[in-house]
Ligand binder design. Sequence first.
Ligand code: SF4
Length: 203
Amino acid sequence: MSIGPVSSTKITCKRCGTCCKKGGPTLHTKDASLVRHQRLSVASLVTFRRGELAYHPTELRLIELHTDMIKIKGKNHSFECLFYEEAEGMCSIYEDRPLECRTLECWNPGPLMDMFLKDLLVRKDIFSKSLYEVIDEYDTKFQPSRLLELLKQGDKLGVARLEELDQEYRESLITSGIALEGEMDALLGRPLTLLRRAFESIL
Ligand code: SF4
């Protein structure tokens, strides 16, 4: 996450882009208006769901999420924030950057770390009631913990079947006009195929 110059401090941001290349920010309730007023499109977001694993910045270990964690996507599934412009070394949504980006000072990461898992924006805050019913159904059918369990058991057929059902479920929402393809990562989280790869990289 890049940060702007801080004129009143001795240390200032060098705009090196390192923060923005390490990953897009997680959204908090204070960022709700950015989504509501379409400063941040739903298509630019991805949800890490309950049951997925996340790295705890102060405990220095992976933890299981007990809530949604909505983030700005990375470019082409990399960590680099979608809005980081490498050539100019700048944030393309600087005036509307989320709370975490406005909080982070790379020479003083404490305040950002204190925000971890606090006052997070969740899908209920950005999707309609009818879409939230879809989310509820999907989360019941396709729990990350179930995928993880199958992987640990080495059940390749079970994993392949679950991924296939996931794909079918997503396609049915798009063809029936219930959801937009570009918004699927925010609505349902990453497809299980991608989630499996993420799990495999840490197992
Ligand atoms: S939103 Fe802007 S400041 Fe925040 S990580 Fe992305 S490019 Fe960096």
